[in-house]
Design a protein. Structure first.
Length: 290
């Protein structure tokens, strides 16, 4: 009869894309993973994976099996957590999603959780906001601290933590046309200089694109990056300018900041989780996120 260990192996192969990588993740030999997969496929009467030379891929049956297996594994974990909570002890693992730039407000909560419940293991998953949103929906992330717009919040439980306007960050050598004596700029001014932008799927990119559309300004991205430090380095070398939240810009005091006169891009940082009752360990972390 199918058991939780078999489900765990199938999910590991699906997540890692191969038997060897799954074996490393599960700390077993590859032959054990292969044997478990073959045994379950015989029991189900259908293959769950298509094997190729370089990678394994889910079959249609596998695509149907993996989400159900994830839900079953999660239910078993919740059952264990519930018993531990009654005993006054919290254990287990929770996965927290976050984006570059929002770490500062999270580490205090993680430190408090660690002090209160040292048996809880926290796995941090940093990714683009679109990927985190999907992970919340499919259950691979338990909780996230991210920036979501109204449409992205649908089907999720959210609590607002902060709202922040963004600023234009430039090299001290950069002269942005139209800058006022108060150092303010318009989005139309920014469109005239090389722009360092973030990859599609990033919350900052969503906010910046939305602001340009609201202002009716066409703009072109000169450099596209997926790392805040890389963006700052391009600006520091005067290869372009970058729009980012003020709290992130403050990390680079050698760069100049320019507020926007109007249509300032902004984002809302919130704590987000899937609907339903929060597992005990997730609820404990939520209590510490201010």
């Amino acid at each position: 009869m199918m058991d939780l260990r078999q489900m765990e192996v199938i999910v590991a192969v699906a997540d890692t894309g191969g038997f060897t990588a799954a074996a490393r993740r599960l700390h077993v030999v590859q032959s054990a993973v292969s044997g478990t997969v073959r045994s379950l496929e015989r029991e189900l009467g259908t293959p769950l994976f298509d094997r190729t030379t370089h990678r394994v891929a889910l079959t249609p049956a596998g695509e149907a099996f993996v989400p159900a297996a994830r839900a079953t594994l999660r239910a078993a974990e919740l059952a264990r957590d519930a018993v531990e909570a009654v005993k006054g002890q919290l254990h287990g693992r929770i996965t927290v999603g976050t984006m570059q730039g929002v770490w500062a407000g999270l580490h205090h909560a993680l430190a408090a959780l660690r002090t209160e419940h040292p048996g809880v293991v926290v796995q941090l998953r940093q990714a683009a906001v679109a990927d985190i949103r999907q992970a919340l929906r499919d259950g691979t992330v338990d909780l996230a601290v991210v920036a979501l717009d109204r449409q992205q919040q649908r089907g999720l439980i959210t609590r607002l933590l902060s709202r922040e306007d963004m600023v234009l960050v430039t090299s001290p050598r950069r002269d942005v046309p139209g800058t006022t004596p108060d150092n303010e700029v318009d989005l139309a001014d920014v469109a005239q200089v090389p722009l360092v932008d973030f990859s599609p799927g990033w919350a900052i990119r969503y906010a910046v694109d939305r602001a340009f559309r609201a202002a009716g300004v066409e703009h072109t991205t000169t450099f596209e990056v997926n790392d805040i430090v890389a963006a700052a380095e391009l600006v520091r070398n005067d290869l372009g300018v970058c729009i980012m939240p003020r709290s992130i810009a403050d990390r680079f005091p050698d760069l100049d900041q320019h507020p926007f006169r109007r249509h300032a891009p902004s984002w809302k940082i919130m704590v987000v989780r899937p609907p339903g009752e929060a597992p005990p360990a997730v609820a404990a972390l939520l209590n510490h996120i201010a």
